[in-house]
Design a protein around this ligand. Sequence first.
Ligand SMILES: Nc1ncnc2c1ncn2[C@@H]1O[C@H](COP(=O)(O)OP(=O)(O)O)[C@@H](O)[C@H]1O
Ligand SMILES: [Mg+2]
Length: 322
Amino acid sequence: MTASLNKEFGKVGVLFGGRSAEREISLMSGAGVLKALQSQGIDAHPFDPAHRSLAELAAEKFDRVFIALHGRYGEDGTLQGALEQLGIPYTGPGVLASAIAMDKAMTKRVWLHNGLPTPDFVMLAADSDWDAIAKRLGLPLIVKPAHEGSTLGLTKVTTVEALPQAYAQAAKFDKAVMAEAFISGMELTCPVLGAGENARALPVVRIVAPDANYDYQNKYFSDETKYLCPSELPPAQEKQIQQLVLESYRTLGCRGWARADVMVNAKDNQPYLLEINTSPGMTSHSLVPMSAATAGMSYEALCVELLRMAALDLQPSPDWKV
Ligand SMILES: Nc1ncnc2c1ncn2[C@@H]1O[C@H](COP(=O)(O)OP(=O)(O)O)[C@@H](O)[C@H]1O
Ligand SMILES: [Mg+2]
C-alpha cells in the first residue's frame, strides 16, 4: 500500500510558511500535512517559499505539490500561476478560482450573477455617502477589507456616525473595502472535496460563540468557542446548506477542495454565503479535518485524497513545437 503511494505520487513538495499574514497558521498546517503524507510512505519534502525560489521545485524535479499556504502568495492564484508555468501539478483550485475567491467582493458578484444568496453589499470610499449606505444595508452592518487574510480590519457598525471610522480601519489593510448587510443568526462552515460532477460537500460544522450576540473578539480569541460537527441541524437543513455550498464551489470553478462560510438568518432560516476559502487550515484543530473525521475520513486519508487530485489548469497543446 505505502510503496504504491510512493510510486503514484513521486517526489512531493509540501509548500508551507510563506510570506502572508497567516504564516504562523501555515507552518502548523504544513507540518501536519508533511507528517501525514510521510506516514503513508509518500516521498514528501518541506518547502518554504519565503526562503526558497519556486524555480527550485522544477530544478529538483518535484512531481507534484501540496499547497498548505494561506492568504496572499499562496491562496490567491499567484502561486498557482507560477506552478502552471513550471508544469507542476498542485492541490486545490486553479488560477482563476483562487484569484476570484481571494476577493470577497468579486466572489459575491459571481454568486449573485448565478442567483446564489449572499448578503447585499457596497464598495466604500473615503467620500462615500454614509447615510445612503446605512439606509440601503440597514444597521448594524459589517465593514471589511475585500481581500482574505485581513480579518483585523473587520468591524460591526451600529451607527451611521461610526461608519467612516470603520472604513478607515479596514482601509489600513486593503485598498478595496466593502460594507455588507449584517446577518444575525447561526454561523456555519462547510468543506467541499472534488471537481465538477464528482465534487461533494462534507458534513457542516456549526460555530457557536460563547455569547449569543455577535462578538468578533470572543469568536477568535476565546477558548469557549464551540465547533459542532455533526452540526445537529435538522437533516433537511444540513442538506440544504451542503447543496448551496456545493453550488457556490462549482459556480466559481473550484476543484480539489475549499471551505465556504455561511450565515443563517435567525428570522427566516435563509442561508447566506459569506466567502469561500480555497486553501483552508489543516492544523489539528482546523475545521476541514474535523468535518472529514465526521465523514469517517482520517486526517491522513484526507491529505492523500487531496494530493491525488493535484492537477494543472492547462494541458500542453498536443502539436506544440519550439
Ligand atoms: N455579513 C455578515 N453578517 C454577520 N456576520 C458576519 C458578516 N460578515 C462577516 N461576519 C462575521 O465575521 C467573520 C469573518 O468574516 P468573513 O467574511 O468570513 O472573513 P474572514 O474569515 O476572511 O475574516 C465571519 O465568520 C462572521 O462571524
Ligand atoms: Mg471566514
